[in-house]
Ligand binder design. Structure first.
Ligand code: ZN
Length: 486
């Protein structure tokens, strides 16, 4: 008879590997899972009755912009309420380091996706950013990418051209510093004006500094519309230059005439995977969200403004209605609302389903926590995959769905000891009701908490129980050096 800190009894374990479920108890001591199986005679300080519930690894949000949310809202309710225990930050070329604005200096788009106040929460070095995260831990773990656009802003006088050799060398130095500090890899966002002028050679030149470090490369590709194949090939080539596994971020096809082409893009990715590690992330909605930009208007059937600094009263309203009230064209209203964010309805449901179902697709929310009326993916992504797409639509088995948000993500992002229910693994655990799990966040009520998550443990401590956070801040920074061992 053994005694543990926590015993999760009588649940159905879906272990994150994709293999079949089995009944059993999960025993935790300290921050680790230490035993699994029929542990009827064992005892524990805390017992969680999981009868009729699924016991899964804590979900890993493969695509976030939570860089600042971690310290601004350390309880991380949008994440814990969905069963998420680890977030990957620094996506789309956007990170809080290594660039800090001088007083009065505006934050260039899209770095302002992480907030508009330039002064107090950005960092000159990645080491300083990670030290800050560790000095005031949040409720979930974080693994952090460094953004190429942040490197550009730090190393270049102007952003309307490709970098010179000297600037590429400077960015290599900053990337090296970030990797040494514990960044898990590099992200780029050549779809945004601040990085659009960057050539393939610039990105390949910068990422060379990552060779041999075990870093990962995540790409918000240059074009998700007519030139998507060239853009995917560019990302795969940049990854090869850094000897890095590639993540194609929030894979989607924009523009009506491109709808249905996921048949070809996924076949293309499957071919690339034969010679190089490539994976993708996706969120379960037909609308995207980012900063408010005019070039999205012609390809969107509807646009909802998620925030506006000069006009906060318009957050949550349709752009067309705002424009009418302002007596402006939608294009002029875009100018009047800046800096601003928006939701764009521009995808096809069949593409979304086909992409989610693809074996190399990880679930990633791409949620934007600083918008006042955010895209509901921020609060709904994981329960929507498990409830709507898995249970109700039958797109995949529960084991596959859980794998896409745990084991697959931990493997591709090289997060050892995470993403699996097995002895020796970190005790990041989510207990949920497969019959009742549901996303409740909608376009009109975008921050409604999901239903069906019973308990969430992070590094062995109960962080969420019965619909609320426990104010336990046990999240850790998962550093690349951690990734190198085990
Ligand atoms: Zn992106």
């Amino acid at each position: 008879m053994a005694h543990y800190d926590v015993l999760i009894r009588h649940g159905t374990v879906v272990d994150g590997t994709g293999s079949g479920r089995r009944r059993g108890d999960v025993a935790i001591r300290g921050d680790r899972i230490v035993a699994l199986g029929a542990l009827d005679t064992d005892t524990a300080d805390t017992v969680i009755d999981a009868t009729g519930r699924i016991v899964a690894p804590g979900f890993i949000d493969s695509h976030t912009h939570d860089d600042r949310y971690l310290t601004a809202t350390p309880q991380m309710p949008a994440k814990l309420s969905q069963g998420v225990t680890t977030v990957i930050t620094g996506n789309c070329g956007i990170s809080l380091a290594p660039w800090k604005a001088r007083a009065g200096q505006p934050v260039p788009q899209p770095l302002n996706l992480l907030g508009d106040d330039p002064a107090d929460f950005r960092f000159d070095t990645f080491a300083a950013y990670l030290a800050d995260l560790e000095s005031r831990p949040s409720a979930v773990n974080a693994a952090c990418l460094v953004g190429h656009t942040a490197l550009r802003v730090a190393a270049m006088e102007r952003l309307d051209r490709s970098a010179t050799d000297a600037e590429i060398e400077a960015m290599r130095g900053l990337l090296r510093e970030a990797m040494d500090a514990g960044a898990i890899g590099l992200s780029t966002g050549a779809a945004y004006p601040a990085a659009m002028p960057a050539s393939t050679a610039e990105m390949a030149g910068v990422i060379e500094a990552m060779r041999g470090t075990g870093g990962v490369y995540a790409s918000h590709i240059r074009d998700e519309s007519d030139r998507i194949f060239e853009a995917m090939d560019e990302a795969i080539a940049v990854g090869a230059a850094g000897d890095a596994p590639v993540v194609l971020s929030h894979h989607k096809l924009i523009g009506k005439h491109n709808h249905g082409r996921s048949v070809q893009t996924l076949a293309h990715i499957a071919r690339a995977m034969q010679t190089q590690p490539v994976a993708l992330d996706a969120y379960p909605y037909t609308a995207g969200s980012t900063v408010l930009r005019k070039d999205r208007l012609p390809v969107s059937s509807r646009v909802i403004v998620t925030k506006s600094v000069p006009h906060p009263e318009h957050a949550g309203r349709d752009l067309d209605d705002i424009a009418r009230d302002m007596g402006l064209s939608p294009e002029d209203a875009v100018d009047a609302l800046q800096p601003a964010g928006a939701i764009y309805f521009l995808m096809d449901e069949q593409d979304v389903q086909r992409i989610l179902k693809f074996p190399a697709t990880m679930v990633g929310s791409d949620g934007i926590p600083h918008d006042s009326a955010p895209h509901p993916r921020l609060w709904g992504t994981f329960p929507r995959v498990l409830g709507h797409y898995c249970r109700d639509v039958g797109l995949f088995t529960l084991e596959e769905a859980v794998h896409k948000m745990t084991g697959l993500t931990a493997t591709h992002f090289r997060l050892p000891g995470r993403g699996r229910i097995a002895p020796g693994y970190f005790a990041d655990v989510t207990v949920f009701d497969a019959g009742g799990i549901a996303d409740l966040a909608t376009w009109d009520q975008p921050t409604r908490q999901a239903a069906g998550i019973d308990a969430v443990l992070v590094n062995g401590a109960i962080a969420w129980r019965d619909g609320a956070g426990t104010e336990v801040y046990g999240g850790r920074v998962i550093r690349r050096s951690d990734a190198a061992v085990g």
